[in-house]
Design a binder for this molecule. Sequence first.
Ligand code: NAG
Ligand code: NAG
Ligand code: NAG
Ligand code: NAG
Ligand code: NAG
Ligand code: NAG
Length: 458
Amino acid sequence: MKTISAEGGKLLLLVLWLQSVPRGHGCPAMCVCYSEPRPTVACQQQGLPSIPAEIPVHSQRIFLQSNRLTAVRSTSFSSCRNLTVLWLYSNNISHIEAGAFFGLDKLEELDIGENSDLRIISPTAFRGLSRLHTLHLHRCGLSELPMGVFRGLHSLQYLYLQDNHLLTLHDDTFLDQANLTYLFLHNNRIKIVTDHMLRGLTGLDRLLLHQNLVTFVQRRAFHDLGKLTTLFLFHNNLTELSGETMAPLVSLQYLRLNGNQWVCDCRARTLWEWFRRFKGSSSELECHVPLAGKDLKRLKLEELEGCYDSWRLPEDGGYGRARPGETPLRAPVPRCCLQDMDKSSIVSSKGLPNSRQITQHPPKAKENISKTKAVETEQAQNGTHRKHRLNDSPSGALSTLSNSMEPPGLSGELEPSSNPSGNRKACSEGPCLKGHGSVTRAPDLRFIPVVLLALGFC
Ligand SMILES: *[C@@H]1O[C@H](CO)[C@@H](O)[C@H](O)[C@H]1NC(C)=O
Ligand SMILES: *[C@@H]1O[C@H](CO)[C@@H](O)[C@H](O)[C@H]1NC(C)=O
Ligand SMILES: *[C@@H]1O[C@H](CO)[C@@H](O)[C@H](O)[C@H]1NC(C)=O
Ligand SMILES: *[C@@H]1O[C@H](CO)[C@@H](O)[C@H](O)[C@H]1NC(C)=O
Ligand SMILES: *[C@@H]1O[C@H](CO)[C@@H](O)[C@H](O)[C@H]1NC(C)=O
Ligand SMILES: *[C@@H]1O[C@H](CO)[C@@H](O)[C@H](O)[C@H]1NC(C)=O
C-alpha cells in the first residue's frame, strides 16, 4: 500500500509538471507557453512576485501584466533576443535595472504602464530599441523624464506618458521621434510648453496635452507639427495663445481649448484671426475675462479692442500677475497694449460695420453690439487720463467690471436680446477698453447715446 501511494504521488507530480509545461520544453511555472502565431509566454494574472527565471530564449512575446512584480533585472530578458512584445503593465515595479532591455533590438512594443511606484526611468533604459514602435509609460508616477531617454528610438509611433506627474519636459526630448504619431501627455502637471520641447515631431498626428497646468505655450512650440491633426489643450490654465504659435499647425482638424481662462482682449486678437483661417473643428473658448463665458471665436473683432487690466485681478485669479522683480511667465503688460500705431487703422476701419474681416464670419445676432462697441472704442481712443484714474481708483477694476459686465443675459451665450447699451456702459466705465497710451478717449461719455440714437439703436 505504502509503495503504491508513493508511486501515485510521483505520478501526480508528473501530471502537474506536465500541465505546467503544456507544449514544448522549459515553460516557467504559472505560465502558459504556445508557439502560434508566435512563440509566446503568457504569465499574466498569476500573482507572480518576480519575473520567472527560465523564460524560453526563443520567446517573441512575453505577457507578465497584472502580477506583483516589483523589479526588472538586467538579466530578466537578456537572452530573449527575438522578443518583439513585452507586457509588464499593472504590476508594482519600482525598479528597472540599467540594461534591463539592452540587446532587445527586435522589441516593437513595451508596456510598463500602471506601475505607479516606478517614479524613475534610467536615461539609458531604452537604449538600442531601434525597432520599438509602441511605448507605454502611463501612470508610472514619473515626475521627470531624463535627458535623452528616447534617443535612438527612431521607429517610435505611439508614446503614452499620460497620468504621470510630469512637470516639464527637457528640450529636444523627442528629437529622434520623427515617426511618432501619437504623443499622449494628458493629466500631468506641465506648466509651459516650451519652444524646444516638441522639436523634431515632424510626423506627429495627435498631441494630447489636456488636464495639465499649462499657462503658456511659447511661440515656436508647435513649429515642427505640420502634420498634427488633433490637439487637445483643454482644462489647462491658458489665458492667451498667439495666432503665430498656431500658424505651423497647417493640418490641424480637431482642436479643443475649452476649460481655460482666456482673456478676451487685445491679447486674443491674433488667435481670433487665426480662427478665421482655421478650417477644422474646435471646442468653445470660453472667455474668462472680460466677457466672461462668451466664446472667443464668436466675438467680433471690435470686442477684442482694449486691454483688460490683468494687474488688477484678485490674488486668487492665479494668472497674469507678477510681483516686481519676479520673472513673469509672459509679458506682464501685453504687447498689444503698447503698440498703438496699427491699432488706429483697425479702429478707423472698424467704424464701418461691414469690414471684410467681420463679414467673413458673421457671428449671428451680434450686429448691434458690435456697432455699439465700435462707437465706444472710438470714444475710448484717448485713454491716457482714464488709465490713471483707473489705476488710482481704490475700487478694483475687477469689481467695477464684474458688476457692470454681467447684466442678466450677458454672462452666457450672447443673445440677440442682449442689451447693447448695458454692454456699452460696462465697457466705457470698466477697464476693458483701457487706453493704449497714444490713443484718444472722447472726454464726454454723454456723446454715446447721441451716436446710438443716430444709428437707430435706442
Ligand atoms: C530568432 O529568430 C531567428 C530568425 O527568425 C532564428 O533564426 C533564431 O533561431 C531565433 N533565435 C532564437 C533564440 O530563437
Ligand atoms: C508595492 O510595493 C511597495 C514597495 O515598493 C509596497 O509598499 C506596496 O504595498 C506594494 N503595493 C502592492 C499593491 O503590492
Ligand atoms: C521611421 O521608421 C522607419 C521604419 O522603422 C525607418 O526606416 C525610418 O528611418 C524612420 N524615420 C525616421 C525619420 O527616423
Ligand atoms: C487651472 O485650471 C484648472 C482646470 O481648468 C482650474 O480648475 C483651476 O482653477 C485653474 N487655476 C487657476 C489658478 O486658474
Ligand atoms: C438691432 O437693433 C434693431 C433696432 O433696435 C432691431 O430691430 C434688431 O432686431 C437688432 N438686431 C439684433 C441682431 O439684435
Ligand atoms: C489725448 O488727450 C490729451 C489730453 O487731453 C491730449 O493732449 C492728447 O493730444 C490726446 N491724444 C490724442 C491721440 O488725441
